[in-house]
Design a protein around this ligand. Structure first.
Ligand SMILES: N[C@@H](CCC(=O)N[C@@H](CS)C(=O)NCC(=O)O)C(=O)O
Length: 222
């Protein structure tokens, strides 16, 4: 007899940055879930059944019973508010605003240069038989630098994580992006100059939620 379906399903890909952000929230909250792999990057494009879940064809999408949700920042807030477990959002309006500001900054200004501009060119392109586009990398690096400087300025000083002693949704949103960036020599060289973020990355790397969501790229890290 098939196992009963878990109430929380996440449609995405293990190697996807945004899927991992949602998974980190589920793992930190201790919510059981099933990851349903949806290959959106294949030659056939986004599967038709996924466009029904997400009109823009992106991942992840969360299903909780009959409730469907896309957009990762909405998913992680929902996971934090709908389930028991350690709170992932600060209590005061000011701290909460700072957390949301970091999440917004990452979506708007950091994801594209860190992940597509540097990581995809330097790591995934060669693995799929294509030479890195050096011009694209060179073009992305100043945006990466600006994003890391802005992030550093928004963190709370002398705290182990970005805004305090325990993770918030801002830590979970940044981690997969910066982890991929740090797999590249360009990223490591830049992070050596952003010691607050470099130390934060090493601390986050020890969390069980991170260990439980490693992607193929980290497992075969050079
Ligand atoms: N705004 C979306 C962005 C999600 C996103 O860009 N996910 C990537 C995978 S990490 C994706 O689906 N990329 C496909 C594409 O860019 O066409 C969210 O917050 O969920």
């Amino acid at each position: 007899m098939p196992a009963p379906e878990l109430p929380v399903q996440l449609y995405g890909l293990e190697r996807s940055v945004y899927t991992r952000i949602a998974r980190l929230a589920l793992e930190e909250k201790g919510v059981p879930y099933a990851l349903q792999e949806v290959e959106i990057f294949g030659p056939a494009g986004v599967p038709a059944e996924h466009v029904v879940r997400h009109p823009f064809g992106r991942i992840p999408v969360l299903r909780h019973g009959g409730f469907m949700l896309y957009e990762t920042a909405s998913i992680t807030r929902y996971v934090d508010e709908a389930f028991d477990g350690p709170p992932l959002q600060p209590a005061t309006p000011g701290e909460r605003a700072r957390m949301n500001q970091i999440v917004g900054l990452l979506d708007a200004y950091a994801y594209r240069p860190l992940v597509w501009g540097v990581f995809v060119e330097r790591i995934s392109a060669p693995r799929s038989g294509r030479a890195p586009d050096e011009a694209r990398i060179a073009d992305a690096l100043p945006s990466c630098e600006r994003a890391l400087a802005a992030l550093t300025a928004l963190t709370t000083p002398d705290q182990p994580l970005l805004l305090g002693p325990s993770p918030t949704l801002a830590d979970l949103h940044l981690f997969p992006m910066l982890r991929y960036f740090a797999l590249t020599p360009d990223g490591r060289a830049m992070l050596a100059r952003f010691t607050r973020l470099d130390e934060w990355l090493k601390r986050m790397d020890l969390r069980p939620s991170v260990e439980g969501t490693r992607s193929v790229y980290e497992r075969t890290e050079a």
